[in-house]
Design a protein around this ligand. Structure first.
Ligand code: MN
Length: 560
């Protein structure tokens, strides 16, 4: 037995008389089976749709909704009648309605998968974030017959994401605040150092009893030490904040290294340890790179090596690792026969504020930042600072850095000094210097230091005052503070250079910068200044720079 479909068609003659019939019977087993399968699959779909933790809905190809599962009705509190048609939009957050409508129309128009996050109102009036997805379903001919959509509650995920984002922002802000604080505080602390170092130096230059001289000598060396600690913290905070700028200058390697390491010979001699440095003969001398930062790396490593070495010695060596055409990679090493660093501590010595042994803090002093700064500078210059050490036998720090052997173009003008005292060369004339500086202590210390050397000094407290004085009186040189209220050093310099465009004169300007930053010199020179010195001012630096500029420009103006 099987189900059949019977069709009976009457047969008529030409007068319309019934003459018989054609009976066709067809086996419809397959069709029945298909209908049952469809009903079963629909029932399965409904069961699945109702059992799922998600909201499930269906829509016609034109976008109108045809079905919502019970979960939608429970979730939104809407009835099926309220949800069909455009009613479902009432459950979408008012701010998301427009964009949801647009996204849905776009999906319907293009037939693309819809996937978006939107806020859905729950029956209790609260809104939850939902991930909405919709796929199109095709018939065997490839036509879209319907859309199948789901909504998944991602509120918890969304909250976690927001909390994570907030935590990350807070951590970043805290880290930035710490770096800013360190940079600001070390900068601010350097300002009074100007007065302490300057006036101690001035006092030491007067007639003093032996006892007073000894005390002031201690004040001087202590303040120099304090300054070097402050500089460490400032440099560290700048490497932390990625604020360091690197210069590209052409420099003489041997001269740079000699100048950097010479001062340590004295300290090594006092401790009776040997100290030697050697640049191998095949190392090219004229290099292009940042000599200031290279010096800083070597100074930090050598200071550290001498500090921790009680007997034996410290040796610095520079050799060629690799040379190709105009580029050279140099290998730098600093070896000592000091206390060494235990294996388990070797990983942390480059971390900030740590020393291999916390008790060494008391014995050897220091901020513990020297190695961190050196390691970061090497890294920022493209190398890696390595350490080999045996406890009790010494340490070796080494790194490779690449330099160009081609001169940097354009090279910045170098400070050129005339030999001999220029005051004598100028005969009886007294040089007149204008000091533009807003800080009263700095005004006094710089003016006194210059007067000591026989210069005449006029003081202006703002850039505006300085410009006014310059238009009334003649000066041979200007000492220009960068940070001043009203008109700052850069603006005042620009105004002076603008005035000179018609006169063809050039008044030498020496910048006084508060930040000792690489790039400062470049920035000052670009702004029209001739040179700069950084605060706190070391008297010999000040005198040297002033004399150099006067000699250079006096020489030039006598030629013209
Ligand atoms: Mn200032």
């Amino acid at each position: 037995m099987f189900p059949v479909w019977i069709t009976e068609t009457p047969l008529l003659d030409k007068d319309g008389k019934w003459i018989g019939s054609i009976e066709i019977s067809a086996d419809i087993t397959e069709r029945r089976r298909g209908e049952r399968a469809l009903r079963e699959s629909e029932a399965k779909f409904r069961t699945l749709a109702e059992a799922m933790p998600q909201i499930v809905w269906m829509a016609q190809p034109d976008g109108s909704k045809t079905y919502f599962n019970q979960r939608w009705l429970d979730y939104t509190g809407l009835s099926l009648e309220e949800s069909l048609g455009p009613g479902w939009l009432n459950a979408i957050h008012p701010d998301d309605r427009q964009s949801t409508m647009e996204a849905w129309s776009m999906a319907v128009d293009t037939g693309r998968v819809l996937e978006r996050e939107t806020r859905l109102r729950k029956a209790d009036g609260s809104f939850h974030w939902m991930l909405v997805r919709a796929l199109r379903l095709y018939d065997s001919a490839g036509n879209i017959v319907s859309w199948l959509g789901t909504c998944t509650d991602i509120e918890v995920l969304k909250q976690a994401e927001t909390a994570l984002q907030r935590a990350r922002e807070a951590a970043e802000a805290a880290s930035q605040a710490k770096s800013d604080f360190l940079a600001n505080i070390s900068h601010e602390l350097r300002t009074p150092m100007n007065g302490i170092i300057g006036f101690t130096e001035l006092a030491l230059a007067t007639e003093l009893t032996g006892e007073l001289r000894e005390y002031l000598g201690i004040v001087k060396s202590s303040s120099d030490h304090l300054l070097s600690l402050l500089n460490d913290i400032l440099d560290f905070s700048k490497t932390q904040a990625n604020e360091l700028r690197f210069e590209t200058l052409t420099f003489r390697l041997r001269e740079t290294i000699d100048k950097a390491l010479q001062p340590f010979a004295l300290e090594a001699g006092r401790k009776k340890v040997t100290f030697a440095w050697e640049v191998m003969p095949d190392v090219p001398d004229e290099l292009t790179g940042d000599p200031t930062r290279l010096r800083q790396i070597l100074v930090n490593l050598v200071a550290n090596a001498i500090k921790f070495t009680e007997q034996g010695g410290v040796a610095v060596r520079v050799e060629v690792l690799h040379k190709r055409e105009a580029d050279v990679i140099l290998h730098f090493s600093v070896r000592d026969t000091g206390i060494g660093i235990p294996t388990e501590k070797q990983g942390i010595v480059f971390e900030p504020f740590t020393q291999a042994d916390t008790s060494t803090t008391r014995k050897y002093g220091g901020t513990g930042l020297g190695l961190t700064i050196a390691a970061r500078l090497v890294k920022m210059m493209g190398g890696r600072l390595r350490l080999e050490s045996t406890e009790g036998a010494g340490s070796k720090f080494d790194f490779n850095l690449g330099f160009s052997c081609q001169p940097a173009a354009p090279a910045l003008p170098e400070r050129r000094c005339a030999d001999g005292p220029i005051l004598a060369a100028a005969g009886q004339r007294t040089w007149r210097i204008l000091l533009a500086e807003d800080n009263i202590v700095n005004q006094r210390v710089v003016a006194r230091l210059l007067e000591k050397q026989g210069y005449t000094v006029e003081v202006a407290s703002t850039g505006r005052d300085a410009l006014a004085l310059l238009s009334q009186q003649a000066f041979d040189l200007v000492l220009m503070d960068i940070q001043m209220p009203d008109i700052d050093g850069f603006q005042a310099t620009a105004a002076i250079r603008e005035r000179e465009r018609t006169s063809g004169k050039h008044l030498p300007i020496l910048a006084l910068t508060a930040h000792a930053m690489a790039g400062d010199r470049e920035r000052c020179i670009k702004a029209g200044m001739d040179d700069y010195i950084s605060k706190p001012i070391q008297p010999s630096d000040l005198w040297g720079a002033v004399e150099c500029l006067l000699a250079h420009f006096a020489h030039r103006s006598s030629q013209s």
